[in-house]
Design a protein around this ligand. Sequence first.
Ligand code: F6R
Ligand code: ZN
Length: 171
Amino acid sequence: MLQGADVTTSQRTLKEIVSIYERPEAVAPEDLEQIAYKVMAHLPVKEGTAGGLFFGTSILMPGKVGDEYFMTKGHFHSNIDTAEYYWCISGTGALILMDEEGNCQAKEMSPGALHYIPGRVAHRLANTGSCELVVGACWPSDAGHDYATIEKNGFSARLVDVDGVPTLKRV
Ligand code: F6R
Ligand code: ZN
């Protein structure tokens, strides 16, 4: 999706992120090595540089763990006031947002949808469709990623399949 100098690619297997799901045991052992998502990022300046921008494309595979849709780990930014844009390029899914008080909401992601994520709001993607969800993102180069808070407390709601309808369920 992204090409050129300063583009890095990273990927997460289900095994690496299985603990984010409510029922990690629902992943069949033979599926653990499967790639859950890839991120290509254009990082033209050093991480932490004030005033710069990063641009990324996230590609999230379709699937579910139990009744919970495949999703990204999710994070607050370390520099917590920094914002971000998410823009859906293809596929169908949701952008799940959670503020510091634990209020969660899901924003629809379908091609062309653009969402501004304010500072102090944790964000993660979920793929509710049957093909890859491809999302562009732009964030400040000094945002940083705080994964630890979500690893410790999780999100206060999960996006699950209820009779074929993606439903945000409080935990
Ligand atoms: C950058 C950003 C996205 C995510 C990507 C993967 O600030 O929000 O590029 O990094 O969607 O999600 P995480 O980082 O939560 O694994
Ligand atoms: Zn982010």
